[in-house]
Design a protein around this ligand. Structure first.
Ligand code: 13P
Ligand code: SF4
Length: 296
C-alpha cells in the first residue's frame, strides 16, 4: 500500500468509496459512505484529484459538483443498471405531459439530472418530495417512489418503472429464513427493496442510515437487506454486533473496481470523468438544491 499512499500524496488525491465497495477498497479509502455523504464529501474536499470508487452516476455527481477537479473513475464500465433505465428525452416528454417538477434519484445519468428540477438520494427522498410545491415526476426507482408515497399523501407522484436488479433479487423468503435462524435480529432494509420487504423491516434507510441506526440500536444482531458489502463496514465499526447479509445480494457493478485499478488510475491519471460544460452547468443546480436540503 506504500505505492498507493505515495501516488496519493504526489497527486494530492482523495479516495472516496461507496459502502458496497470491496473490503480492500473500503480499507484504503479516505472516506466510505452512502451516495449523499459521498456527494457532500466531494463538495468539501480540497484535494485536486478525487478517485471515485463506486458506480458511474456517483463519480459523475462528484465531477458535476467539482468541475475544476480531476475525477478518476478506475473502471469506466462500472455502470449502474438502474441509472441506465431512464433517458432525458422521456423525462422531458413526461414533464410536458404532466407539467410537474421532476425529482430524480441520484442514480441517474448526468443528462437526466440536467433535465430534472431536483435530485434526491435514498437518505432524503421523502424530505425532497415533501419540499416540492405540487405533484412530481419521480425517476427512476419505482420501489423508492412507492416508499416515498407512504409518507407523502398530498402530492400526486408519477413514478418511472425503474428498479435495481440487486435489491429486487432480495426475496422475502430469504429474509424470513434468516429471521427464523436469528429471531433476535432486527431487519434493516434499503428503500430500493420491494414493498413486502419494507413492510417487515424494523428500519428502512439509506446505507449510511442503516449504519447509524445499528450503532444506536440496543439490538446486537441485524439482518441487512441491501448489498452484502455494507456488512463489512458495519462489522468493522461495530465488532461486538453481528450482521447477516441476505443470499445473493451482490451488485456486480460495484465489484468492478479493484485495488489494482485504483492504483493504475492514479498512475496514469485515467480513466477520468469527462462531461460537457453544458451538462455540468445544467445538472449542478438540481444536485446543489438536494445538498442544501441535506439528510432526511
Ligand atoms: P445509498 O445512497 O443508500 O448508499 O444507495 C446507493 C445505491 O446505489 C443503492 O443501491
Ligand atoms: Fe445500481 Fe443497484 Fe448496484 Fe445500487 S445496488 S449501484 S442501484 S445496481
Amino acid at each position: 500500500m506504500e505505492k498507493l499512499e505515495k501516488l496519493k500524496k504526489e497527486r494530492n488525491a482523495i479516495i472516496l468509496a461507496h459502502n458496497y465497495q470491496r473490503p480492500e477498497i473500503q480499507d484504503v479509502a479516505d472516506f466510505v459512505g452512502d451516495s449523499l455523504a459521498l456527494a457532500m464529501k466531494a463538495r468539501e474536499t480540497d484535494a485536486d484529484v478525487i478517485v471515485f470508487c463506486g458506480v458511474d452516476f456517483m463519480a459523475e455527481s462528484a465531477k458535476i459538483i467539482n468541475p475544476d477537479k480531476v475525477v478518476l473513475f478506475p473502471d469506466e464500465t462500472a455502470k449502474c443498471p438502474m441509472a441506465a433505465m431512464v433517458d432525458a428525452e422521456s423525462v422531458i416528454k413526461l414533464k410536458e405531459k404532466y407539467g410537474y417538477d421532476v425529482v430524480s434519484y441520484i442514480n441517474t445519468s448526468a443528462a437526466v439530472k440536467a433535465v430534472s428540477d431536483i435530485c434526491c438520494t435514498s437518505a432524503n427522498a421523502v424530505k425532497v418530495v415533501e419540499s416540492m410545491p405540487d405533484g412530481v415526476i419521480f425517476t427512476p426507482d419505482e420501489n423508492l417512489g412507492n416508499y416515498v408515497k407512504r409518507f407523502v399523501k398530498d402530492k400526486e407522484m408519477i413514478i418511472w418503472p425503474g428498479f435495481c436488479p440487486t435489491h429486487m433479487g432480495i426475496s422475502l423468503k430469504d429474509v424470513l429464513e434468516l429471521k427464523k435462524k436469528h429471531p433476535e435480529a432486527e431487519i434493516l432494509a434499503h428503500p430500493e427493496c420491494t414493498s413486502e420487504i419494507i413492510d417487515i423491516a424494523d428500519k428502512v434507510a439509506s446505507t449510511e442510515g442503516m449504519v447509524r441506526y445499528a450503532m444506536e440500536s440496543k439490538a446486537k444482531e441485524f439482518i441487512v437487506a441491501t448489498e452484502k458489502e455494507l456488512c463489512y463496514r458495519m462489522k468493522k465499526e461495530m465488532p461486538d454486533k453481528e450482521f447477516y447479509p441476505v443470499k445473493n445480494a451482490v451488485c456486480p457493478t460495484m465489484k468492478k473496481i479493484t485495488l489494482e485499478k485504483v492504483i493504475m488510475s492514479l498512475e496514469k491519471m485515467k480513466p477520468e470523468i469527462k462531461l460537457s460544460e453544458e451538462i455540468i452547468e445544467r445538472a449542478r443546480e438540481p444536485l446543489e438544491k438536494m445538498l442544501r436540503i441535506g439528510r432526511g
